[in-house]
Design a protein around this ligand. Sequence first.
Ligand code: FES
Ligand SMILES: [Fe+2]
Length: 422
Amino acid sequence: MGESLQKLFEGYREGYALPGAVYKDPEIYELEVEHILLKSWLYVGHQSLVPERGDYFLFEIAGESVILIRDAQGGINALLNVCRHRGSRICDVPEGHESRLTCRYHGWTYGLDGSLKAAARTPEGFDRSKWGLKRLHVAVLEGMIFVNFAENAPDFSALAREMGPPLRPYGLDKAKVALRRNYPIASNWKLTVENYCECYHCQPAHPEYSVGHGRAIPDAECTAMRSDVMAKAEGVGLTQHTIRHSWLGAPAFGLDYSFDRYPLLRGQLTGSRDGKPVAPLLGTITGYDGGTTDFHLGPMTFGLAYCDHVVLYRFTPRGHHLTDCEITWLVNEKAVEGKDYDLANLTWLWDVTTIADKAIIERNQAGVDSRYYEPGPLSPSMEPFTQQFLNWYVAAMRRITGGGLPGRRPVATIRKTAEGRT
Ligand code: FES
Ligand SMILES: [Fe+2]
Protein backbone atom coordinates (compact mmCIF):
# COMPACT_ATOMS: atom_id res chain seq x y z
CA MET A 1 0.00 0.00 0.00
CA GLY A 2 1.64 3.10 -1.14
CA GLU A 3 2.04 6.46 0.43
CA SER A 4 0.27 7.70 -2.68
CA LEU A 5 -2.98 6.04 -1.61
CA GLN A 6 -2.70 7.59 1.81
CA LYS A 7 -2.20 10.97 0.15
CA LEU A 8 -5.13 10.42 -2.15
CA PHE A 9 -7.55 10.02 0.76
CA GLU A 10 -5.92 12.64 2.96
CA GLY A 11 -6.40 15.04 0.05
CA TYR A 12 -10.19 14.58 -0.22
CA ARG A 13 -12.06 17.90 0.00
CA GLU A 14 -15.43 17.71 1.72
CA GLY A 15 -18.16 19.22 -0.45
CA TYR A 16 -16.74 17.63 -3.59
CA ALA A 17 -17.03 14.35 -5.45
CA LEU A 18 -14.36 11.64 -5.07
CA PRO A 19 -11.22 11.45 -7.22
CA GLY A 20 -11.40 9.21 -10.28
CA ALA A 21 -8.84 6.68 -8.99
CA VAL A 22 -11.28 5.32 -6.40
CA TYR A 23 -13.58 4.13 -9.17
CA LYS A 24 -11.04 2.20 -11.18
CA ASP A 25 -7.96 1.24 -9.14
CA PRO A 26 -8.09 -2.54 -8.49
CA GLU A 27 -5.90 -2.15 -5.40
CA ILE A 28 -8.40 0.25 -3.84
CA TYR A 29 -11.23 -2.12 -4.71
CA GLU A 30 -9.46 -5.00 -2.95
CA LEU A 31 -8.97 -2.88 0.16
CA GLU A 32 -12.64 -1.88 0.13
CA VAL A 33 -13.78 -5.49 -0.18
CA GLU A 34 -11.57 -6.69 2.63
CA HIS A 35 -11.94 -3.82 5.08
CA ILE A 36 -15.32 -2.31 4.29
CA LEU A 37 -17.68 -4.74 2.59
CA LEU A 38 -16.66 -7.92 4.38
CA LYS A 39 -16.83 -6.08 7.70
CA SER A 40 -20.35 -4.77 7.24
CA TRP A 41 -23.78 -6.21 7.84
CA LEU A 42 -25.11 -7.18 4.42
CA TYR A 43 -28.71 -7.99 3.57
CA VAL A 44 -28.74 -11.23 1.59
CA GLY A 45 -32.38 -12.20 1.07
CA HIS A 46 -35.86 -12.65 2.53
CA GLN A 47 -36.53 -15.64 4.77
CA SER A 48 -39.36 -16.82 2.50
CA LEU A 49 -36.60 -18.06 0.16
CA VAL A 50 -35.88 -20.84 2.67
CA PRO A 51 -39.21 -21.87 4.25
CA GLU A 52 -38.33 -25.54 4.89
CA ARG A 53 -35.46 -27.47 6.40
CA GLY A 54 -32.76 -27.98 3.76
CA ASP A 55 -33.91 -25.08 1.57
CA TYR A 56 -30.99 -22.87 0.60
CA PHE A 57 -29.90 -19.99 -1.60
CA LEU A 58 -26.48 -18.62 -2.45
CA PHE A 59 -25.27 -15.10 -1.78
CA GLU A 60 -22.26 -14.09 -3.86
CA ILE A 61 -20.13 -11.03 -3.34
CA ALA A 62 -16.71 -10.03 -4.63
CA GLY A 63 -15.64 -13.59 -5.40
CA GLU A 64 -17.08 -15.09 -2.20
CA SER A 65 -20.03 -17.46 -2.09
CA VAL A 66 -22.18 -18.13 0.98
CA ILE A 67 -24.81 -20.85 1.43
CA LEU A 68 -27.86 -19.63 3.39
CA ILE A 69 -29.59 -22.80 4.55
CA ARG A 70 -32.45 -23.65 6.91
CA ASP A 71 -31.51 -26.29 9.48
CA ALA A 72 -33.51 -28.89 11.39
CA GLN A 73 -34.07 -26.52 14.31
CA GLY A 74 -35.56 -23.86 12.04
CA GLY A 75 -32.52 -21.59 12.21
CA ILE A 76 -30.76 -20.13 9.18
CA ASN A 77 -27.05 -20.84 8.79
CA ALA A 78 -24.63 -18.86 6.65
CA LEU A 79 -21.90 -21.28 5.52
CA LEU A 80 -18.94 -20.43 3.34
CA ASN A 81 -19.27 -22.34 0.09
CA VAL A 82 -15.69 -23.62 0.26
CA CYS A 83 -15.00 -27.29 1.00
CA ARG A 84 -12.67 -27.87 3.91
CA HIS A 85 -10.78 -30.58 2.04
CA ARG A 86 -9.17 -28.90 -0.98
CA GLY A 87 -11.42 -25.92 -1.30
CA SER A 88 -13.94 -26.81 -3.99
CA ARG A 89 -17.25 -24.94 -4.22
CA ILE A 90 -19.97 -27.22 -2.90
CA CYS A 91 -23.20 -25.68 -4.22
CA ASP A 92 -23.37 -23.99 -7.58
CA VAL A 93 -27.11 -23.89 -8.22
CA PRO A 94 -28.32 -20.49 -6.91
CA GLU A 95 -31.34 -21.89 -5.03
CA GLY A 96 -32.37 -25.37 -4.06
CA HIS A 97 -32.95 -28.01 -1.44
CA GLU A 98 -30.40 -30.42 0.05
CA SER A 99 -30.71 -32.87 2.94
CA ARG A 100 -26.91 -32.78 3.27
CA LEU A 101 -24.20 -30.78 1.57
CA THR A 102 -21.92 -33.11 -0.35
CA CYS A 103 -18.83 -31.90 -2.15
CA ARG A 104 -18.74 -33.56 -5.56
CA TYR A 105 -14.96 -33.54 -5.74
CA HIS A 106 -14.05 -36.22 -3.17
CA GLY A 107 -17.35 -36.65 -1.40
CA TRP A 108 -16.88 -34.91 1.93
CA THR A 109 -20.38 -34.47 3.36
CA TYR A 110 -21.63 -31.77 5.70
CA GLY A 111 -24.80 -31.35 7.74
CA LEU A 112 -27.16 -28.39 7.41
CA ASP A 113 -25.28 -26.66 10.24
CA GLY A 114 -22.02 -27.09 8.32
CA SER A 115 -20.56 -29.81 10.55
CA LEU A 116 -18.54 -32.46 8.72
CA LYS A 117 -20.47 -35.73 8.80
CA ALA A 118 -18.46 -37.98 6.50
CA ALA A 119 -15.04 -37.99 4.83
CA ALA A 120 -13.50 -41.17 3.43
CA ARG A 121 -9.93 -42.41 3.92
CA THR A 122 -8.76 -39.50 6.03
CA PRO A 123 -5.46 -39.73 7.90
CA GLU A 124 -5.26 -41.44 11.25
CA GLY A 125 -6.32 -39.21 14.11
CA PHE A 126 -8.38 -36.95 11.80
CA ASP A 127 -10.83 -34.99 13.93
CA ARG A 128 -14.00 -34.34 11.93
CA SER A 129 -15.27 -31.84 14.46
CA LYS A 130 -12.50 -29.43 13.45
CA TRP A 131 -13.35 -29.46 9.75
CA GLY A 132 -16.88 -28.12 9.48
CA LEU A 133 -17.72 -25.44 6.93
CA LYS A 134 -16.85 -21.95 8.10
CA ARG A 135 -19.83 -20.00 9.35
CA LEU A 136 -20.62 -16.33 9.16
CA HIS A 137 -22.56 -14.23 11.61
CA VAL A 138 -26.20 -14.19 10.63
CA ALA A 139 -29.13 -12.12 11.88
CA VAL A 140 -32.77 -11.81 10.86
CA LEU A 141 -34.76 -8.59 11.09
CA GLU A 142 -38.46 -8.66 10.15
CA GLY A 143 -37.82 -11.56 7.78
CA MET A 144 -34.77 -9.97 6.19
CA ILE A 145 -31.59 -12.05 6.51
CA PHE A 146 -28.22 -10.36 7.06
CA VAL A 147 -24.69 -11.74 7.22
CA ASN A 148 -21.35 -10.37 8.32
CA PHE A 149 -18.01 -11.96 7.35
CA ALA A 150 -15.99 -10.28 10.09
CA GLU A 151 -14.68 -12.25 13.02
CA ASN A 152 -15.73 -9.51 15.41
CA ALA A 153 -18.90 -8.30 13.75
CA PRO A 154 -20.67 -5.48 15.57
CA ASP A 155 -23.66 -6.65 17.57
CA PHE A 156 -26.76 -6.48 15.36
CA SER A 157 -29.04 -5.90 18.34
CA ALA A 158 -28.91 -2.08 18.29
CA LEU A 159 -30.23 -2.10 14.75
CA ALA A 160 -32.86 -4.75 15.50
CA ARG A 161 -34.02 -2.97 18.63
CA GLU A 162 -34.49 0.41 16.96
CA MET A 163 -35.64 -0.62 13.50
CA GLY A 164 -38.01 -3.39 14.62
CA PRO A 165 -40.84 -1.18 15.95
CA PRO A 166 -41.20 1.21 12.98
CA LEU A 167 -40.91 -1.65 10.45
CA ARG A 168 -43.26 -4.02 12.27
CA PRO A 169 -46.58 -2.57 10.95
CA TYR A 170 -45.45 -3.47 7.41
CA GLY A 171 -45.46 -7.17 8.33
CA LEU A 172 -42.31 -7.87 6.35
CA ASP A 173 -41.51 -11.07 8.24
CA LYS A 174 -44.53 -12.75 6.65
CA ALA A 175 -44.67 -10.69 3.46
CA LYS A 176 -44.71 -12.34 0.07
CA VAL A 177 -41.93 -11.77 -2.44
CA ALA A 178 -43.85 -10.71 -5.55
CA LEU A 179 -40.68 -10.41 -7.63
CA ARG A 180 -36.90 -10.35 -7.35
CA ARG A 181 -35.06 -8.91 -10.30
CA ASN A 182 -31.39 -8.17 -10.81
CA TYR A 183 -30.14 -5.13 -12.75
CA PRO A 184 -26.39 -5.55 -13.34
CA ILE A 185 -24.74 -2.13 -13.50
CA ALA A 186 -21.37 -1.73 -15.23
CA SER A 187 -19.93 0.55 -12.59
CA ASN A 188 -18.02 0.64 -9.36
CA TRP A 189 -20.22 -0.04 -6.30
CA LYS A 190 -19.70 3.45 -4.89
CA LEU A 191 -21.35 5.11 -7.87
CA THR A 192 -24.45 2.98 -7.33
CA VAL A 193 -24.64 3.95 -3.65
CA GLU A 194 -23.89 7.63 -4.32
CA ASN A 195 -26.67 7.67 -6.86
CA TYR A 196 -29.15 5.97 -4.55
CA CYS A 197 -28.36 8.47 -1.78
CA GLU A 198 -29.38 11.59 -3.67
CA CYS A 199 -32.40 12.80 -5.57
CA TYR A 200 -30.69 15.69 -7.32
CA HIS A 201 -30.89 13.54 -10.45
CA CYS A 202 -34.57 12.68 -9.98
CA GLN A 203 -36.06 15.63 -11.86
CA PRO A 204 -33.96 15.11 -15.00
CA ALA A 205 -33.76 11.30 -14.90
CA HIS A 206 -36.98 10.10 -13.22
CA PRO A 207 -40.06 12.04 -14.33
CA GLU A 208 -42.22 9.03 -13.34
CA TYR A 209 -40.94 9.19 -9.75
CA SER A 210 -40.59 12.96 -9.41
CA VAL A 211 -44.21 13.68 -10.18
CA GLY A 212 -45.34 12.01 -6.96
CA HIS A 213 -42.47 11.91 -4.47
CA GLY A 214 -41.38 14.70 -2.13
CA ARG A 215 -37.80 13.45 -2.17
CA ALA A 216 -37.41 15.02 -5.60
CA ILE A 217 -37.50 18.50 -4.08
CA PRO A 218 -35.35 19.91 -1.24
CA ASP A 219 -36.34 18.74 2.27
CA ALA A 220 -36.90 22.33 3.39
CA GLU A 221 -39.71 22.67 0.85
CA CYS A 222 -41.48 19.58 2.21
CA THR A 223 -41.56 20.45 5.91
CA ALA A 224 -45.26 21.21 6.19
CA MET A 225 -46.31 18.22 4.08
CA ARG A 226 -44.03 15.95 6.08
CA SER A 227 -45.59 17.13 9.37
CA ASP A 228 -48.98 16.33 7.93
CA VAL A 229 -47.86 12.78 7.09
CA MET A 230 -46.39 12.30 10.56
CA ALA A 231 -49.62 13.53 12.14
CA LYS A 232 -51.65 10.98 10.17
CA ALA A 233 -49.25 8.05 10.59
CA GLU A 234 -50.58 6.62 13.84
CA GLY A 235 -54.15 6.83 12.59
CA VAL A 236 -53.31 4.26 9.89
CA GLY A 237 -51.25 1.99 12.14
CA LEU A 238 -47.81 3.43 11.32
CA THR A 239 -45.45 5.15 13.73
CA GLN A 240 -43.84 8.58 14.00
CA HIS A 241 -40.25 7.35 14.10
CA THR A 242 -37.39 9.19 12.50
CA ILE A 243 -34.12 7.30 12.90
CA ARG A 244 -30.82 8.44 11.46
CA HIS A 245 -27.89 6.18 12.24
CA SER A 246 -26.28 5.86 8.84
CA TRP A 247 -22.62 6.32 7.86
CA LEU A 248 -20.57 8.08 10.53
CA GLY A 249 -23.74 8.24 12.67
CA ALA A 250 -23.90 4.42 12.94
CA PRO A 251 -23.24 2.92 16.37
CA ALA A 252 -20.53 0.71 14.82
CA PHE A 253 -18.84 0.39 11.44
CA GLY A 254 -21.07 -1.49 9.00
CA LEU A 255 -24.18 -1.22 11.20
CA ASP A 256 -25.94 1.63 9.44
CA TYR A 257 -29.67 2.13 9.86
CA SER A 258 -32.15 4.87 9.10
CA PHE A 259 -35.91 5.25 8.89
CA ASP A 260 -37.07 8.50 7.36
CA ARG A 261 -40.58 9.41 6.22
CA TYR A 262 -41.42 11.87 3.47
CA PRO A 263 -44.58 13.01 1.70
CA LEU A 264 -46.05 11.84 -1.54
CA LEU A 265 -47.22 14.66 -3.78
CA ARG A 266 -50.46 15.51 -5.60
CA GLY A 267 -52.59 13.22 -3.48
CA GLN A 268 -50.69 10.07 -4.44
CA LEU A 269 -51.28 7.18 -2.07
CA THR A 270 -48.39 5.00 -3.16
CA GLY A 271 -45.56 4.72 -5.69
CA SER A 272 -47.36 3.75 -8.88
CA ARG A 273 -48.11 5.01 -12.36
CA ASP A 274 -51.21 6.96 -11.25
CA GLY A 275 -50.55 7.15 -7.49
CA LYS A 276 -53.38 4.72 -6.76
CA PRO A 277 -52.80 1.54 -4.69
CA VAL A 278 -51.26 -1.40 -6.54
CA ALA A 279 -51.69 -4.09 -3.86
CA PRO A 280 -53.61 -4.71 -0.61
CA LEU A 281 -52.37 -2.87 2.49
CA LEU A 282 -49.36 -4.43 4.14
CA GLY A 283 -49.27 -6.04 7.61
CA THR A 284 -51.35 -4.21 10.18
CA ILE A 285 -51.60 -0.93 8.23
CA THR A 286 -55.20 0.28 7.97
CA GLY A 287 -55.00 3.13 5.47
CA TYR A 288 -52.90 5.63 3.56
CA ASP A 289 -51.29 8.61 5.28
CA GLY A 290 -49.95 10.28 2.15
CA GLY A 291 -46.35 9.41 2.90
CA THR A 292 -43.66 6.89 2.20
CA THR A 293 -40.56 5.76 4.04
CA ASP A 294 -36.91 5.55 3.07
CA PHE A 295 -34.96 3.06 5.13
CA HIS A 296 -31.34 1.96 5.21
CA LEU A 297 -30.03 -1.32 6.62
CA GLY A 298 -26.28 -1.87 6.57
CA PRO A 299 -24.28 0.16 4.07
CA MET A 300 -25.47 -1.65 0.94
CA THR A 301 -29.24 -2.02 1.41
CA PHE A 302 -31.94 0.58 1.01
CA GLY A 303 -35.70 0.28 1.08
CA LEU A 304 -38.82 2.18 0.24
CA ALA A 305 -41.89 1.33 2.25
CA TYR A 306 -45.26 2.32 0.86
CA CYS A 307 -48.45 1.34 2.65
CA ASP A 308 -49.23 -1.35 0.06
CA HIS A 309 -45.77 -2.61 -0.97
CA VAL A 310 -42.09 -2.44 -0.08
CA VAL A 311 -39.20 -2.20 -2.50
CA LEU A 312 -35.83 -3.44 -1.24
CA TYR A 313 -32.58 -2.53 -3.00
CA ARG A 314 -29.50 -4.70 -2.48
CA PHE A 315 -26.24 -3.52 -4.03
CA THR A 316 -23.56 -6.18 -4.40
CA PRO A 317 -20.17 -5.62 -6.01
CA ARG A 318 -19.08 -8.29 -8.46
CA GLY A 319 -15.86 -6.57 -9.50
CA HIS A 320 -14.47 -3.07 -9.47
CA HIS A 321 -16.53 -2.15 -12.55
CA LEU A 322 -19.60 -4.33 -11.99
CA THR A 323 -22.32 -4.09 -9.34
CA ASP A 324 -25.55 -6.02 -9.04
CA CYS A 325 -28.63 -4.05 -8.08
CA GLU A 326 -31.19 -6.59 -6.96
CA ILE A 327 -34.71 -5.37 -6.24
CA THR A 328 -37.22 -7.31 -4.18
CA TRP A 329 -40.88 -6.29 -4.30
CA LEU A 330 -42.76 -7.36 -1.16
CA VAL A 331 -46.53 -7.47 -0.81
CA ASN A 332 -49.07 -8.63 1.78
CA GLU A 333 -48.68 -12.34 2.49
CA LYS A 334 -52.28 -13.03 1.43
CA ALA A 335 -52.12 -11.08 -1.84
CA VAL A 336 -52.72 -13.23 -4.91
CA GLU A 337 -51.14 -12.26 -8.20
CA GLY A 338 -53.68 -11.52 -10.91
CA LYS A 339 -56.43 -11.05 -8.33
CA ASP A 340 -55.09 -8.65 -5.70
CA TYR A 341 -52.25 -7.17 -7.72
CA ASP A 342 -50.98 -7.03 -11.24
CA LEU A 343 -47.25 -7.71 -11.32
CA ALA A 344 -46.50 -5.34 -14.19
CA ASN A 345 -48.44 -2.56 -12.49
CA LEU A 346 -46.82 -3.22 -9.08
CA THR A 347 -43.27 -3.17 -10.44
CA TRP A 348 -43.65 -0.51 -13.13
CA LEU A 349 -42.33 2.52 -11.22
CA TRP A 350 -39.16 1.02 -9.78
CA ASP A 351 -38.43 -0.99 -12.90
CA VAL A 352 -38.53 2.09 -15.13
CA THR A 353 -36.64 4.12 -12.50
CA THR A 354 -33.91 1.51 -12.07
CA ILE A 355 -33.44 1.09 -15.81
CA ALA A 356 -32.90 4.88 -15.94
CA ASP A 357 -30.51 4.71 -12.95
CA LYS A 358 -28.48 1.97 -14.61
CA ALA A 359 -28.00 4.20 -17.65
CA ILE A 360 -26.99 7.30 -15.69
CA ILE A 361 -24.64 5.39 -13.39
CA GLU A 362 -22.91 3.67 -16.31
CA ARG A 363 -22.54 7.04 -18.02
CA ASN A 364 -21.11 8.40 -14.76
CA GLN A 365 -18.55 5.56 -14.67
CA ALA A 366 -17.47 6.30 -18.24
CA GLY A 367 -16.95 9.95 -17.32
CA VAL A 368 -15.00 9.44 -14.09
CA ASP A 369 -12.74 7.03 -15.98
CA SER A 370 -11.59 9.95 -18.15
CA ARG A 371 -8.08 11.20 -17.49
CA TYR A 372 -9.58 14.71 -17.57
CA TYR A 373 -12.22 14.10 -14.87
CA GLU A 374 -11.91 16.37 -11.88
CA PRO A 375 -14.21 16.14 -8.80
CA GLY A 376 -16.91 18.82 -8.86
CA PRO A 377 -18.95 20.39 -6.02
CA LEU A 378 -21.98 18.64 -4.52
CA SER A 379 -25.35 20.34 -4.00
CA PRO A 380 -25.72 21.04 -0.26
CA SER A 381 -29.53 20.90 -0.39
CA MET A 382 -29.90 17.90 -2.71
CA GLU A 383 -26.86 15.71 -2.00
CA PRO A 384 -26.38 15.76 1.80
CA PHE A 385 -26.87 11.99 2.22
CA THR A 386 -24.37 11.30 -0.55
CA GLN A 387 -21.95 13.64 1.23
CA GLN A 388 -22.42 11.62 4.41
CA PHE A 389 -21.64 8.45 2.49
CA LEU A 390 -18.49 10.00 1.02
CA ASN A 391 -17.34 11.21 4.45
CA TRP A 392 -17.85 7.73 5.88
CA TYR A 393 -16.04 6.11 2.96
CA VAL A 394 -13.11 8.53 3.09
CA ALA A 395 -12.80 8.14 6.88
CA ALA A 396 -12.65 4.36 6.43
CA MET A 397 -10.08 4.58 3.64
CA ARG A 398 -7.92 7.01 5.63
CA ARG A 399 -7.89 4.50 8.46
CA ILE A 400 -7.08 1.64 6.09
CA THR A 401 -4.39 3.36 4.05
CA GLY A 402 -2.95 5.16 7.07
CA GLY A 403 -1.98 1.83 8.61
CA GLY A 404 -4.53 2.21 11.39
CA LEU A 405 -6.17 -1.15 10.87
CA PRO A 406 -4.94 -4.26 12.63
CA GLY A 407 -5.27 -7.73 11.19
CA ARG A 408 -5.73 -9.10 7.72
CA ARG A 409 -8.41 -11.04 5.97
CA PRO A 410 -11.66 -11.42 7.92
CA VAL A 411 -12.24 -14.98 9.05
CA ALA A 412 -15.61 -16.56 9.40
CA THR A 413 -16.36 -17.82 12.87
CA ILE A 414 -18.90 -19.89 14.66
CA ARG A 415 -21.44 -17.56 16.13
CA LYS A 416 -25.03 -16.97 15.32
CA THR A 417 -27.49 -14.25 16.09
CA ALA A 418 -31.13 -14.15 15.18
CA GLU A 419 -34.01 -11.87 15.78
CA GLY A 420 -34.95 -11.87 19.43
CA ARG A 421 -31.71 -13.55 20.41
CA THR A 422 -29.17 -10.89 19.47
S1 FES B 1 -12.45 -30.60 -2.31
FE1 FES B 1 -14.32 -31.19 -1.44
S2 FES B 1 -14.09 -33.27 -1.01
FE2 FES B 1 -12.17 -32.68 -1.86
FE1 LIG C 1 -32.27 7.33 -9.44
